[in-house]
Design a protein around this ligand. Sequence first.
Ligand SMILES: [Cu+2]
Length: 194
Amino acid sequence: MALPPGYGYANAAGDLSGLVYILMNHHDRAESVSVRYTVGYVTGQTLTPVRPIWLGVHNCQVDPIFTVPGTGGQGSTYSRSTDFRLPVSGRIVAGGGHLHGGGVRLDLTDTTCGTTVSDYRYGAQRVLLHRGQTFRWNFVGTVEHDVTLATGPVGIASPSMKSGSFSVRFTRAGTYDLYCSLHPARMTQTIVVR
Ligand SMILES: [Cu+2]
């Protein structure tokens, strides 16, 4: 995990650190591996302490994770999602996650912040909302973009913008596939409302 400059984990002189790692071999033959890790230890400088929070899509315990049923046929995908209410308020300065073999994508979004629309990219490509929630797009590009519905229960069309914001209150459940009508091949976003 790389923290931004000025942030660090607080350590007292007598603290002990532990390292947990899992090695997975996705081949049917034995392989030799080595593990190398680097820890930067800062002294004589005041850093803003961070508090790490572990999140898991199944639960916040280490095991078990979850099992994919595997009944969807070739090329199909299976997804799991969960909502978290974090135990402390504050600013998220870094995040990290991992997928196991066959994993396609891992998304973590704070839907209360909305998302950015920067040049040729929506900050969050997949968003999960609850019915009645309002979602906001913050435009921060140097050229104009928009938010347009491709398919979904209710039409959505923002003006073309490069600054300011656009909000929609989602009152109907369903999957909203969105894109930028100015850059349709490059900018897509899916919002699932439950
Ligand atoms: Cu665009």
